[in-house]
Design a protein around this ligand. Structure first.
Ligand code: IMP
Ligand code: MG
Length: 179
């Protein structure tokens, strides 16, 4: 079978829209965590651009850490069983933890991770996701902070990839298969 070819579709979310929205989220999070011991945990690799912008929009003292997780199985669809490829280094017991993710799709990855992290007894655990595809949810999972809700199309840019490419685009677009 020939390798599939893709090209970029129309622009969905511009750099300017991203900047404005991330500033808003930063203000909201700053207010919500005033006086707290905040630890922001980015889920590698897709969260990196959002994480970098978001933490600079939060004007409280905070710490950062990272985790890398992967679904089991060869299927490109999430299986719901998550493997921790790289754990964070911080002890989260008693801390106010904010998980930062690029996109929530089925919700399987984060609902598994949430349970695993709650067992470590943080003071609180919330989720900030840049994008949310609520129509695709397979388990109940409501993120606490959402950059933008999106339709069920395959999206790349601002950390999101197709076969590890396009993460560096500073805007959000979707990819279409070239026939
Ligand atoms: P889920 O919520 O467990 O289904 O998985 C979410 C993960 O799937 C995200 O962290 C992304 O890595 C990936 N993903 C889901 N939808 C997209 C998309 O439209 N573009 C790029 N990656 C996606
Ligand atoms: Mg991801």
């Amino acid at each position: 079978m020939a390798e599939k070819k893709y090209e970029l579709g129309e622009l969905l979310i511009s750099e300017e829209q991203i900047r404005t929205r991330v500033e808003e989220l930063g203000k909201q999070i700053s207010g919500d965590y005033r006086g707290k011991d905040l630890l922001v945990v980015g889920i590698l690799r897709g969260s990196v651009p959002f994480m970098a912008d978001l933490i600079r929009a939060i004007d409280n003292p905070l710490s950062i850490d990272f985790m890398s997780v992967s679904s089991y199985g060869a299927s490109t669809k999430s299986s719901g069983v998550v493997r921790i490829l790289k754990d964070m280094e911080s002890n989260i017991e008693g801390k106010d933890v904010l998980i930062v993710e690029d996109i929530i799709d089925s919700g399987l990855t984060l609902s598994y991770l949430k349970e695993a992290l709650l067992a470590r007894k943080p003071a609180s655990l919330k989720i900030a996701t840049f994008l949310d595809k609520p129509a695709r949810r397979k388990v109940e999972l409501t993120p606490d902070y959402v950059g933008f809700p999106v339709e069920d199309v395959f999206i790349v840019g601002y950390g999101l990839d197709l076969d590890q490419k396009y993460r560096n685009l500073p805007y959000i677009t979707h990819v279409v298969e070239v026939k």
